[in-house]
Design a protein around this ligand. Structure first.
Ligand code: NAG
Length: 220
């Protein structure tokens, strides 16, 4: 194989990696027009002449989310739903507040790698590699520490301190998405309990309990 051919192959391999994140913009910006009935991948663009600073602005990221809930955590997201100007730009933010012993439970972002900075407190964090190794890669982080959760992998953060904790995250998508382990038990409509009982090799009563715990509809 000639060296020119080798270079073409290497470029093809490198650019297929680029496709793992949001597509690149084809213009300066494409502020989301959320009123348009047209459905595209992302949002259609507002007329650029009608765009102003408010389309690129969000305020209140300094305010802690309320962690007075069962998990003892609260995620404040700043993605294309909060800043229309993020449409097509492939980036977003999250602020995560943790009460003492609060957890941001195991979840994945189907469309983004996450890089997290601890601002305050001590967090036990980790992610699990894919099949078949399923290695848990984990670490204890303190203020100023930065940790990466690769795209699509299950990850979590737990505040193991007696004081509150705060972290700021950057994510490589305008709309990273979030899938939690509990979504399996809280889908709408529910997955037939015998499917989950077989999948997890447990008694159907365990699944019924988890579906009651996480179901949207607790009436049945
Ligand atoms: C997170 O905090 C915000 C702001 O205080 C609050 O409106 C929201 O209900 C909280 N979410 C949860 C799940 O506690």
């Amino acid at each position: 194989m000639g060296s020119a051919m080798l270079i073409v192959v290497l470029i093809a391999m490198a650019s297929s990696g680029v496709l793992a994140s949001d597509p690149s913009p084809l213009q300066d910006f494409c502020v989301a027009d959320t009123t348009s009935p047209v459905l595209v991948n992302g949002f259609v663009c507002k007329n650029p002449m009608h765009v102003n600073a408010e389309d690129f602005f969000f305020s209140g990221f300094n305010k802690p989310g309320n962690t007075n809930n069962r998990l003892g955590s609260n995620v404040t997201t700043v993605n294309v739903n909060q800043i229309a100007g993020l449409n097509t730009l492939g980036i977003s933010l999250a602020r995560i507040d943790y009460a003492p012993f609060g957890v941001n439970p195991p979840h994945t972002h189907p469309r983004a790698t996450e890089i997290l900075t601890v601002i305050e407190g001590t967090l036990h964090v980790g992610f699990i590699t894919s099949n078949p190794q399923n290695r848990l890669i984990f670490k204890v982080l303190n203020a100023g520490d930065v940790f990466v959760f690769p795209q699509g992998l299950i990850h979590f953060q737990f505040n193991r301190g007696h004081k509150k904790a705060v972290a700021m995250a950057r994510l490589g998508s305008q709309n990273p998405g979030r899938i939690e382990a509990k979504d399996l038990f809280g889908s709408n409509p529910k997955i037939d309990a015998s499917v989950l009982a077989k999948a997890f090799q447990v008694d159907k009563k365990v699944i019924d309990y988890l579906q009651r715990q996480f179901g949207m509809d607790n009436n049945n």
